[in-house]
Design a protein around this ligand. Sequence first.
Ligand SMILES: C[S@@+](CC[C@H](N)C(=O)[O-])C[C@H]1O[C@@H](n2cnc3c(N)ncnc32)[C@H](O)[C@@H]1O
Length: 262
Amino acid sequence: MTEQAWLPQGVDAHRPTDARVHDYALGGKDNYAIDRAYAHKLASLLPGSGRPIVENARFVRRAVRHLRALGVRQFLEIGSGLPRRGNVHEVAGPDATVVYVDYDPVAVSHFQAVLSANSSAAAIRGDATKPGTILADPVVTGMIDFDRPVALMMTYMLQLVSDADDPRRIVGEFREPLAAGSHLVLSHATLEMLSPAEIEAAGLAFEELREPVTLRGRAQVTELFDGFELLDPGVVAAPEWRPDRPYRDPTGWVLAGVGRKP
Ligand SMILES: C[S@@+](CC[C@H](N)C(=O)[O-])C[C@H]1O[C@@H](n2cnc3c(N)ncnc32)[C@H](O)[C@@H]1O
C-alpha cells in the first residue's frame, strides 16, 4: 500500500509539513516521502540544516528541567509537533500536567496514541492564532489550573505564524490568564547570524514548505516576551541558554529564551 492510500482525513502528503520534517530530523518515523525529500534538499542547500532542530530540542529539555526545579508542574505546549525523544511530559515528570496543542492532525493523533494510557497529559487540535479558542477548550480548562503557575511553551513554532497574524498579540492573549510565577518558554528561527549566501539558500528552500516561514531577529523575538521578565541570559542562541555540557558552536538559526510573569 502506498503512503497516500492510508492517509487520515485532513492530511496533506503533497507538501512537506514542518512537524513531519522535524520528526525526520530527530530520527522519527512519522513522516512521508515528501518530507524526507524536502529534508535532504534543505541539507544539500544548507549543510547542517538538521542541527537547529536538535539545538531546539535540547533547549526545550533544559528549559523544562529548569522550570521543574522551580516547582512548575503545569505545561501548555502550543505547536507541539510530533512526539519525540524527551517529550515535555517525560522531562517534566509524572506529577506534571501537560497539554499539547497543534493544528496538524498527524501531530495530534500521534500524541494521542502515545498518551492513551496517561491521565496527566493530553493532546488536542487547535490553532495558535486563536488563543481564546484553545484557552476555552474543555481539555485545557479541565486539566490546567490557571490559578497556579503554568509553563506556556511556544518553541520553534512562531516562525510559522505570519506578521499578519501578529505573534505579539497571540503571546499576549495566552499570557493574559496566566498566574504570577508562570513562564513563557520560546524559541524562534532566525537568520540574523547567517551569511547572505545561507540566507538566500534558506529562502529558496522554505518556499516549498506548506507553512510560510517568517524569520525574525533578536529584537523582534525579545518583543514577544512583553509582560514577562526574561531570565538570564536573556534571548540567546539556543545552545547558549544555560548550557549543561560542552556544546558545538551554535548554528545561529535558533534564538531562545525563558521569561517569568511577575
Ligand atoms: C517545528 S515544530 C516545533 C515542535 C515543538 N514545539 C518543538 O519545539 O520541537 C512546529 C509545530 O508548530 C505547529 N504549528 C504551526 N503553526 C501553528 C498554528 N497556527 N497552530 C498550531 N500549531 C501550529 C506545526 O504544525 C508544527 O508541528
